[in-house]
Design a protein around this ligand. Structure first.
Ligand SMILES: Cc1cc2nc3c(=O)[nH]c(=O)nc-3n(C[C@H](O)[C@H](O)[C@H](O)COP(=O)(O)OP(=O)(O)OC[C@H]3O[C@@H](n4cnc5c(N)ncnc54)[C@H](O)[C@@H]3O)c2cc1C
Length: 465
C-alpha cells in the first residue's frame, strides 16, 4: 500500500476509520448484514481524485502495485459492485462533479461522472430541459454509476435505458491513459466502445465524463390506471400497444401482491387485483392522442379503464416506498430478482421464480411481489421483489439463505430462457452466474477484461471477472 500511496503523490486520500466506513457500503444486503454483525468489508483507504488525469494516474499506480480499485459513485447500487471485499482502495468519484456544457441545438449535456443525478435534473429543469433517466435512486446515484451499472429509469419504455441516452464518454484505463469515444452517437466507424464500458461496473476502467442525450421538459403529463383479470391478459394487451408503435412513458403492471404492497399499502388507497399504471408525456396533442388510442386498445383487449387518480397519486408519491416505514430493515432479508425475457417467456419465467420462492422460503415469512415496469417491443422485465420477515437469528444462516436465493433464482431464470438481470447489474450478487448466462461468449468477455486490465486490479470479482 505504501508504494501505491507514494506513486499517487498529492491525490487526496482518506485513511481515517470514519471516512472509510462511510464509503464502504452500497445497498447490497449481504454487506450490510455483515457490517451490522461487526464484519464490515472495508477498503484500506479512500482515494478521492479531483480530475480525470488524477483518476488515470491512480489506476496506473494501482496496477503497478497490485492494489485492487473499487470505483464508487453514489453507493446506491444493490449488487455489491462498490463493496471492497478484496481490500485495496475505494475510488470515490464525487469530486468530479462539474456539469460542463449544455448544447441546446443537439440536446446534449456534458457532465463529469460524479455529478449527482438529482443535481443534473434540477440544473436542466431550470433551463427547460430534462435528462429522461429517472431511476428511483435519482437522489442518491451519480452519472458514472448510472452508466457503469447499466440502469433504467421509470420512463424507460419511452426514452430507453441509460445505454440509449449516451452520445460519448471519457474513460480512464488501468494503463493510466484517458480515452474518449467517438463524439457522434450514431456511426459506422467500427464497434461502439461506449457499450464496452456501460455496464462494466468498474471492471474495465473508470468513466470520468459522459455526454448525455437530453429532452425538452415535457409540456404535458397524463395518468391512467387500467385493471385486468390476470397478468397474462395485461401483458398481452400491453404487447399489442407497444408493437403498434405507441410509447407511454411509464408502464407498470402490478400483480395482486404488488398492488397490495406497493399501491394500497404505500398510498393508503383501497385497490386490489392486477393493475396497470400508465404515465404519458410530451407535447399535449401527442399525449392526448396517445392516451386515447392506448386506452382504446387496452380496453378492447381485456382492460377496464379505472381513471387517472390512482396513477397521479402514485407518481406524486413514488419515492415513498424507499423510506421508513415501507422500506424493509435488517434483520429482514430482502432483494429484487429483476429478470427480462421475450413476451412468450416472461410470464412462465416469473411464475417459475415465484413458485420456487413460495415453496422454499414461505417458512421465513416471505412476501413476494411482482411488477413489470420496463417494456420493449420484444418483451418486458419484472421485479420479483422478496422480503423474508422472519429470517433465522444467526447471521451466517441468514446469509446462506440469501446466497441460495440468488443461485436458485438464476438457475430457474436461465432454464426458462430469460436473462438474470434487466438493470440493477451483477456486482458480487450475481457474479457466480455470469459464466452460465454468457455461455460460449464468456471467454470473450474474460479476454477483453484481461486485455484492458492485465493485472486484474479493476474491481476484482465483480461481474464474475
Ligand atoms: C432506493 C433505490 C432505488 C433504486 N432505483 C433504481 C432504479 O429505478 N433504476 C435503476 O437502474 N437502479 C436503481 N437502483 C440501483 C442503483 O441506484 C443504480 O444501479 C445506480 O445506477 C447506481 O449508481 P451509483 O452512482 O449509486 O453507483 P454505485 O453504487 O456507487 O456503483 C455501482 C457500480 O458502478 C461502479 N461505478 C460507479 N461509478 C463508476 C464510474 N464512474 N466508472 C466506473 N465504474 C463506476 C461501481 O464500482 C459499482 O460496480 C436503486 C437503488 C436504490 C437504493
Amino acid at each position: 500500500m505504501q508504494g501505491f500511496l507514494d506513486r499517487i503523490g498529492d491525490v487526496p486520500v482518506l485513511t481515517d476509520a470514519e471516512g472509510i466506513r462511510e464509503r464502504s457500503l452500497d445497498t447490497y444486503w449481504k454487506a450490510a448484514a455483515l457490517a451490522r454483525d461487526g464484519r464490515a468489508l472495508l477498503p484500506d483507504a479512500i482515494v478521492r481524485p479531483r480530475t480525470a488525469e488524477e483518476v488515470a494516474s491512480t489506476l496506473a499506480a494501482a496496477a503497478a502495485e497490485g492494489v485492487p480499485v473499487v470505483p464508487r459513485g453514489g453507493g446506491s447500487g444493490s449488487q455489491g459492485g462498490a463493496v471492497a471485499d478484496a481490500g485495496g482502495i475505494v475510488l470515490d468519484l464525487s469530486a468530479l462533479d462539474e456539469i460542463l456544457e449544455l448544447d441546446t441545438s443537439a440536446l446534449t449535456v456534458r457532465a463529469q461522472a460524479g455529478v449527482p443525478g438529482l443535481r443534473l435534473e434540477e440544473w436542466l429543469g431550470e433551463q427547460g430541459y430534462a435528462f429522461p433517466h429517472y431511476p428511483a435512486s435519482l437522489h442518491l446515484a451519480q452519472v458514472g454509476g448510472y452508466l457503469a451499472a447499466k440502469g433504467s429509469g421509470v420512463l424507460s419504455t419511452k426514452y430507453g435505458k441509460i445505454e440509449d441516452l449516451v452520445a460519448s464518454m471519457e474513460v480512464a484505463l488501468p494503463s493510466g491513459e484517458l480515452a474518449r469515444t467517438v463524439p457522434i452517437p450514431r456511426h459506422a466507424v467500427g464497434p461502439d466502445l461506449n457499450q464496452l464500458f456501460i455496464g462494466s461496473e468498474g471492471t474495465m476502467g473508470v468513466i470520468t465524463e459522459a455526454t448525455l442525450l437530453v429532452t425538452p421538459a415535457p409540456e404535458h403529463r397524463s395518468f391512467r390506471v387500467v385493471g385486468f383479470e390476470d397478468l397474462a391478459t395485461g401483458i398481452d394487451a400491453m404487447r399489442r400497444v407497444l408493437q403498434a408503435g405507441w410509447r407511454p412513458a411509464a408502464v407498470r403492471l402490478h400483480d395482486p401482491e404488488a398492488t397490495r404492497m406497493n399501491l394500497a399499502r404505500v398510498l393508503d388507497v383501497d385497490v386490489s387485483g392486477v393493475k396497470l399504471v400508465l404515465v404519458f408525456d410530451g407535447p399535449k396533442p401527442l399525449v392526448e392522442t396517445e392516451e386515447r388510442e392506448v386506452l382504446r386498445s387496452l380496453t378492447a383487449n381485456g382492460g377496464v379503464d379505472e381513471g387517472p387518480d390512482l396513477a397521479a397519486t402514485w407518481w406524486e408519491n413514488r419515492f415513498r416506498i424507499y423510506y421508513p416505514p415501507f422500506r424493509p430493515e435488517l434483520p429482514s432479508i430482502w432483494g429484487t430478482i429483476d429478470l427480462a425475457a421475450t413476451f412468450g417467456r416472461i410470464l412462465p419465467a416469473f411464475e417459475a421464480v415465484r413458485e420456487m420462492m413460495l415453496a422454499e422460503y414461505s417458512r421465513y415469512g416471505l412476501v413476494f411481489t411482482g411488477h413489470f415496469s420496463h417494456w420493449y417491443t420484444w418483451g418486458t422485465m419484472v421485479y420479483g421483489r422478496f422480503v423474508l420477515e422472519e429470517p433465522p437469528d444467526d447471521v451466517d444462516a441468514a446469509i446462506a439463505i440469501y446466497d441460495e436465493i440468488w443461485r436458485r433464482s438464476s438457475e430457474v431464470i436461465l432454464r426458462e430462457g430469460a436473462v438474470i438481470n434487466d438493470h440493477h447489474g451483477v456486482g458480487l450478487k450475481l457474479a457466480d452466474d455470469m459464466a452460465a448466462q454468457y455461455g460460449s461468449a464468456w471467454p470473450l468477455l474474460e479476454n477483453i477484461k484481461r486485455t484492458l486490465d492485465p493485472t486484474g486490479t479493476m474491481n476484482p470479482g465483480k461481474l464474475g471477472l
